[in-house]
Design a protein around this ligand. Sequence first.
Ligand code: PSV
Ligand code: MN
Length: 388
Amino acid sequence: MTDLAAVKRALTAQRIETPSWAYANSGTRFKVFAQPGVPRNPREKIADAAMVHRLTGVAPTVALHIPWDAVDDYAELAAYARSLGVGLGAINTNVFQDDDYKLGSVTNPDPGIRRKATDHLLQAVDIMDQTGSTDLKLWFSDGINYPGQDDLRHRQDRMAAALRETYDRLGDDQRILLEYKLFEPAFYATDIPDWGTSYAHCLELGEKATVCIDTGHHAPGTNIEFIVAFLLRQRKLGAFDFNSRFYADDDLMAGAADPFQLFRIMYEIVRGGALDPAYGINFMLDQCHNIEAKIPAIIRSVLNIQEATAKALLVDRDALAAAQDDGDVLQANAVFMDAYNTDVRPLLAEVRADAGLDPDPVGAYRRSGYQEKIVAERVGGEQAGWGA
Ligand code: PSV
Ligand code: MN
């Protein structure tokens, strides 16, 4: 039997970090469609994130991306965030948008470019010191397009050296979240293409380095929940970048393409005791809302994760274990699917009402007048997007 009060407590305690860049303009390589009311600077992105938190109650931090969110005074930015009821979360580095990085950043054959890229990673830790962020999220676009273009082994050595230098710069409460991605922008070989490579680098680095799973960064059909289970068992899962995909790294709303997969992932999280914020996993979104309104799309994504989590929490673990021990394949699967097929929306509405929130956060956003306000106020200046 499931303890409903415990389920509600777990849902109330859940935390989801939103990404500053999801509030900004984005697009494909074909076109960026600008939207009215989009933030023009980091403060306006933080204001939007604060709105998402006010309506959902579970999104109290916002991740920054440097230099997209570069400011002169990070302590002041953190204070501004606090004044709106949110905190600054992971600092994301950007060693993929400079002409110098055509052949790679930290794995570039040119030592001068490697130095420049590693310095950026070190500067990100300086920023963390000022914002109070504990998480340094590293993603490298590094890789090659053609067999023979560069030496795969050398590139691993260069990667390891840059990671080591960065790791050694971390403060006691700071950690590295090392992301992987199968392909794009590199098409033949990416230097950190999969969880195994990220895991191996993290093991070599030490306990302050853990893997970040971006759900959009796998080959089609990859069993992501297996990766979750494996990394939890090794205590090496540090973060998620949630989004969903139909084809490649589509960066669509979490739970939109495959809600069943999200449920299976969240089940492994619950089963591994890793949902509790005290466990230390940073559950982030990493999405781009190219054609849909951004703030309600982010709210929708948060709700989708909450729904998958609620279903995962409702799995009757005793009944499941009994069926598994009996080798009763169909019964075990039925117990699992019962939870997935439960409509958890009334339960979540109750959790929100108990927390003094509107049970329908997307509706509440529409009724709030916030969208009209930002559209009216945010005129002039330059809208933020990739590269700003
Ligand atoms: C790369 O595709 C990625 O998932 C990394 O997390 C980046 O930092 C983020 O997208 C934003 O470009
Ligand atoms: Mn990501």
